[in-house]
Design a protein around this ligand. Sequence first.
Ligand code: NI
Length: 216
Amino acid sequence: MIETAGHKLLLDPFLDDSPTAPVRAADVSAEFILVSHGHFDHVSDVKKIAERTGAKLIANYEICEWFQQQGVKHVDPMNIGGATKQPFGRVKLTVAHHSSTMPDGAAGGDPGGFLLELPGARIYFACDTALFSDMKLIGAGGLDLAVLPIGDRYTMGPDDAIIAIDLLQPKRVAPAHYNTWPPIAQDVHAWAHRVRIETHAIPIVVEPGGKFSLDG
Ligand code: NI
């Protein structure tokens, strides 16, 4: 969940079936739901939250189409490299090296990440991806925060995430996509220690249900 200038955005909500999420899909509010790719651990709560809240889905064309067929009314499709202006700022769909199959086996288009230009903050969500050298381009405009997967196995792991920080040069970095299940277990505090000594970024580790602010 991202709160900015009175707007509420959810990114890849996965709550009801997550062993670590402290809140349920029925308890969250949102005006916008951003979805990076079609895997169940990123989309399984999208329909119920969108139907209850009337939130607008921002995702690639194929994912928007799939949810529209399921009854989600407000969709705003895009594709890799494109950006749209939204009431909360600008959203760009960036490259990700991953896969994107919907829960029913339908094609989910190309997987992506999100570059958000919000009032006073540029944030990059790599979402599920391998390391790639074009991260250097994504970081070129300056980043207040990068959110990077560190779980390994299905995405880049701790070592590649350190290299990603070097390419992106964000002011702060937050780890994601780890410890939900044993196959992606990581020692996040050991990784945060490495970030402090091996990079110029400040690591921000948020426990499930926790929050932090980029203001001040
Ligand atoms: Ni995935």
